[in-house]
Design a protein around this ligand. Sequence first.
Ligand SMILES: *Cc1c(COP(=O)(O)O)cnc(C)c1O
Length: 357
Amino acid sequence: MNATIAMTRAATLKPKPRDSDLTFGVVFTDHMVAIPYQEGQGWGETRIEPYGPFSLDPAAAVLHYAQTVFDGLKAFRGQDGVIRLFRPQQHIERLRRSATRLCMPALDADRVMDALLSLLEIEQEWVPSEPGTALYIRPVIIATEPFLGVRPARSYLFYIILSPVGSYYPGELEPLRILVSDRYVRAVDGGVGDAKTGGNYAASLLAAEEAHAAGYAQVLWLDGVQRRYLDEVGTMNIMLRIGDEIVTPPLGGTILPGITRDAALTLLREWGLRVSERPIAIDEVFAAAESGQLREVWGTGTAAVVSPVGELAYRDARITVNDGRIGDVTQRLYDTITAIQYARVPDTHGWMTPIDV
Ligand SMILES: *Cc1c(COP(=O)(O)O)cnc(C)c1O
């Protein structure tokens, strides 16, 4: 245990749910990490304390102007019993980039990693072991200064909470029905679409609610200027297999740089597939479907790894992808990434960080 971490243990421990009862994001572990920041003093001491509500001034900037960022990653219990994190350095780097975009002070990456490892050490029994389960890790930074003016806050709280989660797909991977929105947009060029910040998700709710009401699982977002180019699907990056090419929208503007996206692109290139990061117009997708060239569509993200898309609806048109079945490349990506995560195959990319306990 790191000497610079102040630890207060929970007086009583919660009962742990059975692996088979786990869903997503409803159960939290016994402890959390908290590090306060005060302008002029910098980041304070790392504390590990009992999980629970904290008090926040009603004027805290985060509650008014959404100065907040987060990330999401997972720890897996491998088939050998060892707990491993998937690409934690990349997640911490992304959190730091998101913080910079939201005018928040940068946290030292090593400090975050130390805090996370210490928390996992005392919460290791919370890492479930059934296939498909994991311990979801949610680091967050919020602006805590009580001040109603619009400017970057002078005090913050960084914290990490943990939640054991079930398999996203208890059975087979289930292809999603997706509504392409030509009314709402998720992000605009020059905005905060490439940062994991709360406002993006609040802004997405109405489109998702309308899609659900119409019988769709998620929204496919188009670009904010022409409502023409594919952006993301729900809270996932999108990939398509058109003919022999795998295509995905390029980073550098409105797209959240997914770490699963990066892993998928690395594997696809290793498999010798032709991969292009380029703008994809929705008309191109419909034309490819028309000519029989649209073979697979899927989303990538930490929660589900990959999610096959079985149907796309856009204005009055509707297409079925691969007869509503999961495609070969989608399945292979899911199988390969999960095999690496659960240590069923060697980790040749250095993606897994074992927890030393
Ligand atoms: C988190 C997120 C993703 C996926 O990123 P991963 O690092 O693969 O989990 C994609 N799009 C949005 C909008 C996200 O918030």
